[in-house]
Ligand binder design. Structure first.
Ligand SMILES: O=CC(=O)O
Length: 337
């Protein structure tokens, strides 16, 4: 069947596990992808009309390396026909939702499917940071058994207070996992949750969360209100010897302030999956063997990645078939398009 007259679906980034599902969209859409390898080229390609007729775009987190942020400038050159952006990821801080709304573009992400894998990685970082495992993991591979001098004893999660900042899907999933380790969970969120959703976690103010937690876990989205929500003043309010864990977005923490807090011994350790300027990492973190560092692998499992791709392709299909995606980001709920 020829593709003349079909709407286009634009692929920004790679599909690794659901190629057939993507290709199956060719019965309803002409599948297109940029030739561009950087933002200037992508903008030129958009302006050339190569993507005209595109109704929906699928984008990955890594596609930012080619297109740059989906900001006002980028949105202004996207084809006028484009009405849907399906982002493959829970966090959509690379997309300026207000700019999309102004242009009549709906944005969808991947809620829920990421929760288990991300909360698992989060729990791994909590345990690793509390126990101080990284020092000895490095020493063992360097032929020094536990290390020399022998590292200090770690801490048990049992009985410790876990403060979850951001009680969305990942935060609530983490709460259930932390229960199994005997942690007492408190949380802070823009809104207090129903008792049922909170699942026994106690709602506290932001300051109380900082001062009462043995482990502060960051599970909130990055936006203009949450950028650097943890900086010097917040580290100063934390318990001496507390642990900070971040599987959300690097920029919710002021990384330089984190390095200061670690170096000054104000906090015992940190467990990080995300960084302010990925893939760059603050040298003070790399140099500190006490912190647990993962290279943004919260959802890095076959099952989760595959499900995320399927969900995102489903959003593109729904957009083309019914003019509506299967979810919409909270900022656009109730917006008339
Ligand atoms: O970082 C991962 C995601 O936002 O899904």
């Amino acid at each position: 069947m020829g593709s003349v007259g079909k709407p286009k679906a634009l692929l920004l980034g790679e599909i690794d596990h659901q190629k057939k599902t993507w290709e199956a969209l060719s019965s309803i859409a002409e599948l297109v992808a940029p030739k561009a390898t950087n933002r200037a080229e992508f903008i030129a390609e958009c302006k050339s009309g190569a993507f005209d007729g595109t109704v929906a775009a699928y984008r990955t987190f890594n596609s930012v390396a080619v297109t740059g942020m989906v900001d006002e400038e980028l949105v202004s050159v996207l084809p006028a026909s484009l009405k849907f952006i399906a982002h493959n990821g829970a966090g959509y801080d690379q997309v300026d939702v207000a700019a999309c709304t102004a242009r009549g573009i709906r944005v969808a992400n991947v809620p829920a499917l990421v929760d288990d894998a991300t909360a698992d990685a989060n729990m791994f970082l909590i345990l690793g940071a509390l126990r101080g495992f990284n020092v000895s993991m490095q020493a063992l591979r360097a032929g020094q058994w536990r290390g020399s001098p022998v590292p200090p004893l770690g801490h048990d999660p049992e009985g410790k207070v876990l403060g979850i900042l951001g009680m969305g899907g990942i935060g609530r999933n983490l709460k259930k996992k932390a229960d199994a380790f005997g942690m007492k969970v408190i949380y802070h969120n823009r809104r207090k949750l129903s008792e049922e959703l909170a699942g026994g976690a106690e709602y506290v103010s932001f300051d109380e969360l900082l001062s009462a937690s043995d482990v502060v876990s960051l599970n909130l989205p990055l936006n203009k209100n949450t950028r650097h929500i943890i900086s010097d003043a917040e580290f100063a309010k934390m318990k001496k010897g507390a642990v900070l864990v971040n599987t959300a977005r690097g920029a919710v923490v002021d990384e330089a302030a984190l390095v200061r807090a670690l170096d000054e011994g104000r906090i015992w350790s940190a467990g990080l999956d995300v960084y302010e300027e990925e893939p760059k990492i603050h040298p003070g973190l790399v140099a500190n063997p006490h912190v647990m560092l993962l290279p943004h692998m919260g959802t890095w499992t076959f099952e989760t990645q595959s499900a995320m791709e399927e969900w995102t392709i489903g959003n593109v299909r729904a957009a083309i078939e019914s003019g509506k995606m299967n979810c919409i980001v909270p900022e656009q709920e109730g917006v008339e398009f």
